[in-house]
Design a protein around this ligand. Structure first.
Ligand code: S3P
Length: 435
């Protein structure tokens, strides 16, 4: 927590990176297990639950809904209340900066016999929520947002709350929306189906299976049977690949680098970043692969590499949506540069990530072309140290810390504490491996 209160963090060029790096438990998986454990019967033990501020927001909301939670070092115990055991919260629920908390919990709140309101910080209050309100409304939830489909979301639940199952075709590829509908489906009588335009991360499906729900998966359709008996479990969360991605990029780019990363999540719906980097010539070895709690994980070895760059196909975008900022930064150091389209979703993340990446690359003296739904970053560019505006967005701050490692002179990253949203200890680990 050392960064709280610091207004900026200076990062300078690195010649050598060596050692091993560890990551917080996967943020996506942690949110899902905490939420499902809360409505399961009996206690669940979640090992390596993410230390991120976002996942703490989920726990705080669950506690406000009457769920007892204990934390002892790396293990949290959640005393599930069963499907019908949540309590009306004393006041508004606060999702903080976390879109996942707001959207996933919406699926649960939609099925409750009480009124609730969930809001968030300034960044979250600008993010679109119509995408969850629309399907949940169709299921019979009495749900509304502030003007323009923005947070807070209000659920007018009462003793007569009844959800109906639906078959829902997602208009945008979003794992959070898929999760909201499947979670609401747990409270409906019958089978709820979600059809995705492009496959997104499937941690919800895996977590539901682990907790005892009846799940059917055919192509891009997922079906969940309503009113299941979920039972508390002991589960292990792998390290977060989206956090590892910053160190993978740093390891590939810094002139003399050799990094080891242990127990990183390798769910195939998340590994497009590794596929892309390896296909561009990245020297990344994956070792000791195993499955724990339904999720693949393993160790990564990364060495300095010459990268060709290239165009990222649009169908890859949902599989590396959170890694696109760092990939764009890395593009400037490849032979041909990197370009991608079909990523308009990046405009409605914690910040407008297309604009934030373009702005900060330009501050570092790089050329970049911005499209409504993508970026083109030419290769072989020299970066100059600059002042970086993270826009309070953790992934922008970390992507430009990587840029700073290969830039001339020193870079100053504003509001560095925002990295705690997903990766507390990011800068401490970076300082430790730089020689
Ligand atoms: C997430 C899904 C993605 C991703 C976010 C986490 C999840 O968002 O960007 O960081 O855990 O399901 P969308 O569902 O909005 O695509």
């Amino acid at each position: 927590m050392g960064l709280f209160g610091s207004k900026s963090k200076k990062v300078t060029a690195a010649r050598k990176l060596t050692g091993s790096v560890r990551f917080p438990g996967d943020k996506s998986i942690s949110h899902r297990y905490a939420t499902l454990a809360a409505i399961a019967e009996g206690p669940s033990e979640i090992h390596y639950y993410s230390t991120s501020a976002d996942c703490a927001s989920t726990l705080a909301c669950l506690q406000k809904l009457g769920v007892k939670i204990e934390r002892k070092e790396d293990v949290i115990t959640i005393h599930g209340t069963g499907l019908a055991g949540l309590r009306a919260p004393g006041g508004n629920l606060d999702a903080g900066n976390s879109g996942s908390t707001m959207r996933m919990l919406s699926g649960i709140l939609a099925g409750q016999p009480f009124r609730s309101v969930i809001g968030g910080d300034a960044s979250l209050s600008r993010r679109p929520m119509k995408r969850v309100v629309e399907p949940l409304g169709r299921m019979g939830a009495r749900i509304s947002t502030a003007e323009g489909g923005l947070p807070p979301i209000t659920f007018e639940g009462g003793p007569d709350t009844r959800l109906q199952p639906i078959r829902y075709e997602l208009p945008v590829a979003s794992a959070q929306v898929k999760t909201a509908v499947l979670f609401a489906g747990l409270f409906a009588e019958g089978a709820t189906e979600v059809v995705e335009p492009l496959r997104t991360r499937d941690h919800t499906e895996i977590a539901l299976e682990q907790m005892g729900a009846e799940i059917g998966r055919h192509g891009k359709t997922t079906r969940v049977q309503g009113r299941p008996r979920l039972t508390g479990q002991k589960v292990y969360v792998p390290g977060d690949l989206s956090s590892a991605a910053f160190f993978v990029a740093a390891g590939l780019l810094v002139p003399d680098a050799n990094l080891v990363m242990q127990n990183v999540g390798l769910n195939p719906t998340r590994t497009a970043i590794l596929d892309v980097l390896v296909s561009m010539g990245g020297r990344i070895k994956i070792l000791n692969v195993e499955t724990i709690s339904g999720e693949l994980l393993g160790d990564l070895h990364v060495e300095t590499s010459r990268l060709t760059g290239g165009e990222i196909p649009a169908e890859f975008v949902p599989g590396l949506i959170d890694e696109l900022p760092v990939l764009a930064v890395l593009g400037s150091q490849t032979e041909q540069g990197i370009s991608f389209r079909g990523a308009a979703e990046l405009r409605v993340k914690e910040s407008d990530r297309l604009a934030a990446v373009a702005e900060n690359l330009r501050r570092m003296g790089a050329e970049v072309e911005e499209f409504p739904d993508g970026l083109r970053v030419p290769g072989n560019q020299k970066l100059r140290g600059a002042e970086i505006d993270s826009h309070g967005d953790h992934r922008i701050a970390m992507a430009f810390a990587v840029a700073a490692l290969v830039a001339e002179g020193s870079t100053v990253i504003q509001d560095p504490a925002c990295v705690e949203i997903s990766f507390p200890g990011f800068f401490e680990q970076l300082d430790r491996i730089v020689e």
